[in-house]
Design a protein around this ligand. Structure first.
Ligand code: ZN
Length: 372
């Protein structure tokens, strides 16, 4: 499997290098159409020399040396279409460095064979999976990936799905935080706390990273600690993703409209780098999950403008409390004297987001934004 990952990485790098050179030649030629590189064209070029130059590629599935060209084509097109990922524009495709990039390879559906809880890896044989596949249906492909010291297989399967739309058409505001995962404006479960194991792992991660800084780069101790950190990262991501799935499923099953913030602005200001980074990752993951799950359940997903001052407005009278400090956990309105939990107040403002005129919070106009 490691070898197949190596072939896959090599093919990607070979393709990217050839692409860069041929693209330059294409520009220099005054953009002659027949010189414009494509994934398909480069794949053919590699296939033509594979036998003589890189015979070791035949030791693994053909997909390991072919699929990277399709991914490369996609990566360039995402770049030129200015797509975004996790809120940032997609950069140019980059070379994959051994030990730095994720080890993985793709296998097309025609080479995927499953029996009970074993999967056949081309040119390797039967490998036992930790759990059997939960879904039936046509298998399009599988991807084998290494994370820290474990191997994972993910399948792309066509499945028939039907979901029951929620009876409750109420709108819910979701305030995302660092200490609390999320606060909901209404519903049976208002507060979604960051799970204890996650907090514990985060503290452990910070400790390991301090320790890593003192180790000699490349030494055995350094390598061992790096593996420990990689495992911990994986654990953190797993716990986080799991509780985000619980939250996003709860939301789409119980509400007709969901309002979330555009960016975790509070997180950006409030916290140390590590906590912030993890909160941001959580935010984009939740947004990703809500994007597809809201379509399944025909729920409206509203994203509030990033300048909408959700935590500064009084949800009772609409007064904008500009002096509210980050440390104030209770929102005490100077205008109408009501007092509320800060996060709950913010979630109520998000719930009422459509009621407030979104237009009055013009982009860049933070200071002068007034409640409608
Ligand atoms: Zn008020």
């Amino acid at each position: 499997m490691q070898k197949a990952c190596g072939v896959s990485r090599f093919a990607w790098n070979w393709g990217l290098d050839a692409w860069n050179k041929q693209y330059k030649a294409y520009i220099d030629s005054g953009k002659k159409k027949e010189l414009k590189p494509s994934g398909m064209m480069l794949k053919k070029q590699l296939n033509a020399i594979k036998k003589s130059e890189y015979p070791w590629m035949y030791e693994v599935t053909k997909y390991a040396s072919q699929q990277p060209f399709i991914f490369l084509q996609r990566a360039w097109s995402d770049y030129f279409k200015k797509k975004t990922m996790n809120g940032k524009p997609v950069g140019k495709p980059r070379f994959k460095k051994k030990g730095k990039s994720t080890d993985s390879f793709y296998v097309g559906g025609d080479q995927v064979v499953l029996k009970n809880n074993t999967v056949k890896i081309p040119n390797l044989g039967w490998v036992k999976m930790a759990e059997p596949l939960k879904y039936g249906g046509h298998i399009n492909s599988m991807t084998i990936t290494r994370v820290a010291d474990k191997w994972y297989v993910s399948f792309s399967i066509d499945v028939e799905v039907s979901f029951i739309r929620s009876e409750n058409q109420a709108s819910v505001g979701v305030d995302l935080g660092i200490k609390e995962l999320a606060t909901l404006s209404r519903g049976n479960v208002r507060y979604w706390r960051t799970p204890k194991p996650l907090q514990h792992s985060l503290r452990k991660l910070a400790r390991y990273q301090r320790r890593l800084a003192k180790k000699v780069k490349g030494s055995n101790g350094f390598k061992m600690l790096k593996m420990k950190i990689a495992k911990l990262h994986k654990r953190i991501a797993d716990i986080r993703r799991d509780c985000l799935h619980q939250l996003s499923s709860y939301l789409v099953k119980n509400f007709g409209q969901i309002v979330i913030e555009d960016l975790n602005v509070k997180g950006m200001m409030a916290n140390r780098r590590l906590a912030r980074h993890i909160a941001d990752v959580g935010f984009y993951e939740l947004r990703r999950q809500l994007d597809y799950k809201s379509k399944w359940y025909q729920v409206i997903l509203q994203v509030a403008d990033r300048w909408f001052p959700s935590s500064k407005l009084c949800s009772d009278c609409g007064h904008k409390h500009t002096e509210l400090a980050l440390s104030d956990r209770i929102f005490k309105c100077p205008a109408c004297d009501s007092s509320k939990c800060r996060d709950h107040n913010a979630s109520l403002n998000l719930e009422n987001y459509t009621a407030c005129s979104a237009g009055s919070y013009a982009v860049g106009d933070v200071g002068s934004a007034q409640a409608a």
